[in-house]
Write a protein that binds this ligand. Structure first.
Ligand code: UD2
Ligand code: MN
Length: 580
């Protein structure tokens, strides 16, 4: 802890109290695992009352900022880091079980410095002096030791001690290999505000968060994933909106900690959270008024899920999460819909930033629960989405067959809190979502083979190529299995998709005769923007259009400046939807 003496003293007093409680909690959890019993044993703070004193102060910890700026070493300042020589020995084993470069994590300091990526205006911002106290809740299942401890360490180091009451690590029944006792010993010796509870059975991240929330004593609950790093002054911007209105939930900007190099970088300049009708998390652009105030919180329709602050009072008025949600997935929609529909608001705070390791893949085996994500989505859709649930079922008809289990409690809550209909949410909060993600997808522009006019025996052929590979032309095939490689869809997104519809024609090179490669479809046009002109028989690429062209001799496919006299630029598209 690099803090001044006064805060250190305060910190020690709070720590002593917390530790006493910790022992109690830890014993009870290990013994019977009866979570509700703990609620009575731990005294929750009275809900935070807005203070009449609106004085604002500078919450920055300049001592820490200065010390961090001087740090040198691997991964410091968030620059990309690499394993060296013999260190690579356990790279693969650890990558496989974690989905990120855990061997590298072990070589980076737990209290490493991260770059301050905040907007310049954040650096001068002051926040209310009277802010609520915080319990940070971090569920984990088999989290790698150093990423878990780096999470806890960054919370401790970058939070004003007078605001941080406790950090609760909820161990969601990690496997026997996970070192419970060493963890508890380490925490007791090094991070005294941090303690862990060990759940007696695999409960999933949703019920693990609930278990933490039930014993939390802070006025505000902050949830984090177990592989995150809090950035400079992250706490006050999350707390101030809640201090002003307890029904506001606030999310930090989530930065990217790259899974291979642990580089710490921004995801984007900020965006509003949303979803598509398969329930993939998506993002919508900021609104013009949001752009005018780059350091102020802006409204966001849904949270990403893992990282947010909510008053304990409002969280429990909403009855927390639906306890029927299993393992992983869907809870971010449940809570977001519930917040908006039941009288709350949700904001993203640009001046609060937290880094998160987006894994390369999820390493957890399914704990024998079947399609728990589908079941979770069904529960959320049935309780909160009214007639809009049909748009989800349209794309995933089998959801209708999944038994969602008992929903009485959730429906009764919606009734009791007189929550608004989903239509209200769509029209007032996520009003621009249908423009980008139409509930009913428009028809595609065309589909089939793309045959060259100059060399009519040749067709565009994706040749079983994969991501980043160049595609070419080949002899047209009819009616064979290979036809799949010559069957393309010009979708309503205005991209050209290969069979299977996940890879798109992409041109990133601005030079003449640029290659056409395959890249995962993003539906955002740009390098994947194509149109077909029925008159000229051109496939036009990009806003400053170039035309799809080929060299029948070398079979190369490329784009070049449009020339109406060039027959190699003309293509017959098998089935064009002329009603478009
Ligand atoms: C995102 C969210 C995550 C959650 C999830 C959907 C962010 C950055 N992350 O996926 O918080 O909302 O979407 O449900 O917004 N865990 C358990 N028990 C389990 C499985 C996971 O405790 O059975 C823990 C895990 O160790 C981690 C957290 O739950 O701390 C989230 O899991 P994840 O990191 O695999 O989820 P992520 O980031 O892919
Ligand atoms: Mn995560």
């Amino acid at each position: 802890m690099r803090r001044n003496f006064k805060s250190l003293l305060k910190f020690c007093v709070i720590s002593a109290v917390t530790m006493a409680v910790t022992v109690l909690v830890y014993r009870t959890m290990d013994g019977g695992g009866k979570i509700p019993k703990l609620v009575a044993e731990r005294k929750r703070s009275a809900p935070f009352e807005p203070h009449s004193n609106n004085e604002k102060i500078d919450w920055h910890d300049y001592q820490l900022i200065e010390a961090d700026a001087k740090r040198k070493g691997r991964g410091e300042q968030g620059v990309p880091a690499y394993l060296e020589g013999v260190e690579t020995a356990n790279y693969e084993t650890l990558f496989r079980v974690n989905g990120f470069n855990a061997a590298l994590s072990d070589k980076i300091a737990l209290d490493r410095s991260v770059p301050d990526l905040r907007h310049q205006k954040c650096k001068a911002k002051k926040y209310l002096k009277n802010l609520p106290s915080v319990s940070v809740i971090i569920p984990f299942h088999n989290e790698h030791w150093t990423t878990l401890l780096r999470t806890a360490t960054s919370v401790i180091n970058r939070s004003p001690p007078e605001l941080l009451k406790e950090v609760i690590l909820v161990d969601d029944f990690s496997s026997k290999d996970f070192s419970k006792k060493p963890l508890d010993d380490y925490l007791a010796a090094n991070l005294s505000k941090v303690f862990s509870i060990h759940l007696p059975e695999r409960s999933g991240l949703i019920r693990a968060r609930l278990a933490g929330a039930k014993i939390a004593t802070g006025e505000v609950l902050i949830f984090l994933d177990s592989h995150t790093e809090c950035n400079v002054n992250w706490l006050p911007p999350l707390l101030e909106p809640i201090a002003q209105d307890y029904k506001i939930c606030v999310c930090p900007f989530i930065d990217v900690v790259q899974y291979e190099t642990f580089e710490y970088r921004a995801q984007d300049e900020g965006a509003r959270g949303a979803f598509d009708w398969e329930f993939f998390y998506k993002r919508l652009p900021l609104l013009p008024e949001d752009l005018k105030h780059p350091a102020e919180p802006f409204k966001s329709p849904v949270m990403a899920g893992g990282l947010f602050a909510i008053s304990s009072k409002f969280f429990w008025e909403l009855e927390g999460y639906d306890e029927g949600l299993e393992i992983w997935g869907g809870e971010q929609y449940e809570l977001s819909f519930k917040i908006w529909q039941c009288g709350g608001e949700m904001y993203d705070a640009p001046c609060s930033r937290v880094g998160h390791i987006y894994r390369k893949y999820a390493p957890f085996p399914n704990p024998g629960k079947g399609d728990f994500v589908g079941r979770n989505y069904r529960r959320v859709a049935e309780v909160w989405m009214d007639e809009y649930a049909d748009y989800l079922y349209l794309r995933r008809p089998h959801y209708r067959m999944i038994d969602p289990g008992d929903l009485t409690k959730q429906k009764a809550l919606r009734e009791r809190l007189k929550c608004k209909p989903f239509k209200w949410f769509m029209e007032n909060i996520a009003f621009d979502l249908p423009l980008k993600y139409p509930p009913i997808e428009p028809a595609d522009f065309g589909q089939g083979e793309i045959r060259n006019i100059a060399a009519p025996e040749l067709c565009v052929d994706s040749g079983f190529k994969s991501r980043d590979q160049q595609i070419s032309i080949a002899k047209c095939v009819k009616g064979t299995a290979a036809k799949g490689e010559q069957n393309f869809t010009l979708t309503w997104h205005k991209d050209i998709r290969v069979k299977g519809k996940t890879l798109c024609f992409d041109v990133s090179d601005p030079n003449d005769k640029a290659d056409v490669t395959l890249y995962p479809c993003h539906g955002q046009q740009g390098n994947q923007y194509w149109r077909y002109d029925v008159e000229s028989q051109h496939f036009l690429h990009g806003g400053n259009p170039r035309c799809l062209d080929c060299d029948p001799g070398s079979l190369r496919l490329f784009v070049s400046s449009c020339d109406d006299g060039s027959k190699t630029q003309k293509w017959r598209f098998e089935n064009v939807n002329l009603t478009m």
